[in-house]
Ligand binder design. Structure first.
Ligand code: HEM
Length: 431
């Protein structure tokens, strides 16, 4: 029979393990998650709920009243929720006050090293610095520029494929998912022959209904695929990230580590960009005045930034573990406490300017949005994501000027209590 200590640890482990898995890039051997969030009551999950595209009112009112407050969770650790822009930025920017190291935290609450989820987002310096330095060269503007023509081709091929479909088209499956999946294939150097397979398990990761196989199976399958790809490229390094890593650091990294880095990139870049593409397209259909400038050739840069802020699809950042006692917005956080940062709440904070609950392209802002995070763990793929969005939105609205939702937008199914907010489907009529 489990002791009280074991039960306590396993509850903490399940909660944090779930978070680790949802954030992606996390190796999850030895963890049991129960597969869903059903273990957590709604009162713990409300920061992940939305009302339409908006964070629920409760999050906004907390931000006004108590920008750092206790999040009630059914585990014996203190978890705080930061909703204000300033405290969120402070936490994300404070590498000496907070740790991302799940393993160290797990050890403190008496869990074994086997539970270490790993991955860039859950590592601290010097490990984090080392891992990030390995992949950063592939994300410089110079290296990314080679992907721009490929993204344009991917986008136009997908638009052609959509045009061939009779009747309503699911924009999520036909466009929003394949565009980032195929872009990441380019980035990683996945051979053309395998891209159909990568698209299949990328789509399955989204398939919350169970479908052909469950998302967890799809995640395992994609990891197995990446391990095989690494082994193949070890013999013959390709042009992409995996090949570059093998050429430059092949001696320092084993296949498991290489596959882990590739998986972190796939997980970090797929769901996020796909959600932005689908939700952004929905906004452009429901507020057509925003699409007009794109059709007349204006650059999409300002619109993309405003959509990133407004939609802030990564709703909360990786959990941060306080390494010492500190003050946050007048609240004392104790060493060992966990802080969850609501990026979606912070990006609607009035300190950014008035009217943050609506979209206003090109308005002057005093501070930058937090949709890609801030500080040490700021999104590695931010520029790549921008390239995809700046290419895809204008091409979409130009190619299908009459595109509209095939069902009432208010009844579109959204992902429930998901760290990455998004639609489950987006049926559209093209003509
Ligand atoms: C619109 C699309 C995207 C959004 C909104 C987004 C958002 C974020 C956010 C908020 C974080 C920081 C989390 C934190 O500090 O706790 C992050 C980290 C990360 N993102 Fe993205 N992301 C996007 C696209 C991408 C792409 C395209 C890639 C790669 C191809 C990527 C790879 C990563 C990685 C590897 C990290 C971890 C960085 C670290 O811990 O040092 N993301 N992303």
């Amino acid at each position: 029979m489990a002791s009280a200590g074991t039960t306590r640890s396993s509850a903490v482990l399940r909660l944090l393990g779930w978070i680790a898995r949802r954030f992606g890039g996390a190796r999850t051997q030895g963890l049991s998650f129960g597969g869903s969030l059903s273990m957590l009551p709604d009162r713990s999950l409300f920061p992940l709920f939305r009302n339409g595209l908006d964070p629920v009112a409760e999050v906004g009112s907390l931000r006004e009243r108590a920008p750092v407050s206790r999040l009630p969770v059914p585990v014996p650790i203190r978890v705080w929720l930061a909703t204000g822009y300033e405290p969120v930025r402070q936490v994300l920017g404070s590498a000496d006050g907070f740790s991302n190291d799940f393993g160290a935290f797990a050890a403190r609450v008496g869990l074994t090293a086997a539970a270490e989820p790993g991955g860039l987002g859950m590592a601290d310096p010097p490990m984090h610095t080392r891992l990030r330095r390995l992949i950063m060269p592939e994300f410089t503007m110079h290296r990314l520029a080679r992907l721009q023509p490929r993204i344009e081709t991917i986008v136009s091929d997908r638009l052609d494929a959509m045009a061939r479909i009779d009747g309503p088209v699911d924009l999520l499956q036909e466009f929003a998912l394949p565009v980032p999946a195929l872009t990441i294939c380019e980035l990683l150097g996945v051979p053309y022959a395998d891209r159909g397979l990568v698209q299949e398990f990328s789509a399955a990761r989204f398939d919350l209904g169970g479908g052909a196989y469950a998302p967890l199976d799809a995640i395992n399958e994609s990891k197995a695929y990446l391990r095989n790809l690494v082994a193949a490229q070890r013999r013959e390094p390709g042009d992409g990230l995996i090949g570059s890593l093998i050429r430059a650091h092949g001696d320092e990294l084993d296949d498991q580590e290489l596959a882990g880095l590739a998986d972190g990139v796939l997980t970090g870049g797929l769901e996020t960009s796909a959600s932005m593409l689908a939700l952004g397209a929905l906004v452009l259909m429901t507020q057509p005045e925003l699409a007009e400038p794109l059709r007349s050739g204006e650059p999409a840069d300002a619109l993309v930034e405003e959509l990133l802020r407004y939609l802030t699809v990564v709703q909360v950042a990786f959990p941060r573990f306080a390494v010492r006692d500190l003050e946050l917005a007048g609240v004392t956080i104790k060493a060992g406490d966990v802080v969850m940062c609501s990026l979606s709440a912070a990006d609607r904070d009035g300190v950014l300017g008035p009217g943050m609950e609506r979209i206003e392209v090109g308005r002057p802002t005093s501070r930058s949005h937090l949709a890609f995070g801030h500080g040490l763990h700021r999104c590695v793929g931010a520029e790549l994501a921008r390239m995809e969005l700046r290419t895809a939105y204008p091409a979409l609205v130009r190619r299908f000027p009459a595109m509209r939702p095939a069902i009432d937008p208010a009844s579109l199914p959204t992902r429930r209590a998901s760290i990455v907010f998004g639609l489950e489907e987006l049926p559209v009529t093209l003509e």
